[in-house]
Design a protein around this ligand. Structure first.
Ligand code: ATP
Length: 441
């Protein structure tokens, strides 16, 4: 990993964003736990997505399907037969990699080389490895009871397509959004929370009339790209990469990745796919149930095409952390700052009494309480110099620090210091909550 990435990973651990899973047992490979600040950031990202995709629109409904589904779902979707990556093994060290990830991997014998480059190494022929986790449903461990942990949320939306359409009285075009865990037994996980075996997905399936799919594909490509910049990601760090005909998944007519320039290179952040009527047609065929849409106005009947948007929430968190991380010099001192969009910042305001006397702690504690009552996540800190307290908040991305000082008892105001511009402004104690709310909206 690059130096910059190392520093971000270390900040995440030191400040309680992300811990390695089961660390006291030596860690579980490629699983990460979100700490007190990380869970807030992740929830804020998920909430911002839900709010843009579901609450802000009339044409997208939310739902939440189970992680375990009927095993036939995964036969119909093609995952049992085809959700596999090519796996290669080195005959000397017995380590395994995804065949298309060799260029980004290191030889265990000589880490400066890629696997197979060392003269004593020998990489075998690729074979296909299915990425779905299998488990057993019920108390018997026999083949008949095999079920899978879902590798994507999409199938839960497809099998519920008519349930959602009919209960919400939606007319095509409309979408179904889901947020939830997915599991993939990745051959080469890595790059911190970039590729993990358990991850949260934010996926939306948009059902359209065949023929309208190309236009909606372009619409969702543009909308999703814009959303990332609305979350504060620098536009020059984002690009679109269209899949060539030989890269398309079995179900797709067109697909593109929204890529971000990570310290380890340009990589996929979100996918937009034209999945045609593949999934709904297959579920019709395998279940024997009709998944036909009948338009109430025109009485037209058809199996809709689907345009999907699929993002990993953890991957979006990583993008936001990487994009927001800055090392700067301020007034001759170095500081680390996470310039997160205030809406996403885990804590919105930190309240400080300038000194621990003259009634300042009491006034500051009251303000902290008032912010909490206004549902603004706030943090009270009276330990150490003001400079140190500012720096602790900068590192975790808190946009505003509010200091109660000697003047507060006279003018009823606090000093509000802005994380990014360092500008200071006096705001009335009674107005602070509204002042923050205004800036969050
Ligand atoms: P790849 O080819 O890189 O394995 P993919 O193209 O199959 O991934 P999709 O199925 O399109 O990925 O997944 C949609 C989104 O889910 C991705 O853009 C990514 O943000 C996220 N995602 C996929 N796999 C993982 C993973 N193992 N860990 C974290 N996030 C993931």
């Amino acid at each position: 990993m690059s130096d910059r990435m190392d520093r971000i990973v270390s900040l995440c651990k030191r400040k309680g964003f992300v811990f390695q899973s089961s660390e006291i047992y030596g860690g579980a490979a490629s699983v990460w736990d979100y700490g007190p600040l990380g869970v807030e950031l992740r929830r804020n990202v998920a909430d911002a997505w839900w709010s843009a995709m579901v609450h802000a629109r009339d044409d997208v409904e939310g739902m939440d399907a189970g992680i375990l589904m009927h095993p036939r779902v995964w036969e119909a979707s093609g995952h049992v037969g085809g959700f596999a990556d090519p796996l290669v093994e080195c005959k000397t060290c017995k380590r395994r990699w995804r065949a298309d990830h060799l260029d980004d991997s290191a030889c265990p014998r000589k880490p400066s080389l890629t696997p197979g480059a060392h003269k004593e190494c020998e990489i075998g022929e690729p074979r296909l490895f299915n990425l779905m986790f299998k488990t057993f449903m019920g108390p018997v461990e026999e083949n008949a009871a095999v079920v899978y942990l879902r590798p994507e949320t999409a199938q839960g939306s497809y099998v519920n397509f008519l349930n959602v359409q009919q209960t919400s009285r939606q007319r095509v075009p409309f979408g179904i959004a889901q947020l939830g865990k997915a599991f993939r037994n990745e051959i080469t996980p890595g790059n911190f929370i970039f590729r993990t075996r358990e991850f949260e997905q934010a996926e939306m399936q948009y059902f359209v009339e065949p023929g309208a799919d190309d236009e909606w594909f372009e619409y969702w490509r543009d909308r999703r790209l814009a959303w990332h910049t609305e979350m504060g990601v620098r536009p020059e760090k984002l690009r679109l990469a269209e899949h060539g005909p030989d890269e398309l998944a079995h179900y797709a007519k067109a697909a593109l990745d929204i890529e971000y320039e990570f310290p380890f290179g340009w990589q996929e952040l979100e996918g937009v796919h034209n999945r045609t009527d593949f999934d709904l047609s297959r579920h019709q065929e395998f279940s024997g149930k009709r998944l036909m849409y009948i338009d109430p106005g025109s009485s037209k009947r058809f199996v809709p095409y689907v345009v999907e948007t699929a993002m990993g929430v953890g991957r979006a968190v990583l993008v936001l952390l990487v994009d927001a991380y800055r090392e700067e010099e301020v007034a001759g001192e170095n500081r680390v700052v996470l310039a997160l969009h205030p809406r996403l910042a885990p804590v919105k305001a930190a309240v400080f009494p300038l000194v621990k006397k003259h009634g300042m702690p009491e006034t500051a504690a009251k303000l902290h309480e008032a912010l909490r009552r206004a549902r603004i996540p706030s943090f009270y800190d009276q330990a150490g110099s003001i400079g140190r307290r500012y720096r602790r908040q900068d590192e975790t991305g808190t946009p505003w620090c509010l200091t109660v000082d000697g003047q507060t008892s006279e003018d009823g105001c606090v000093t509000v210091r802005d994380r990014d511009t360092l500008a200071q402004e006096r705001v009335g104690l009674d107005h602070v909550a509204a002042w923050i709310r205004e800036r969050l909206e």
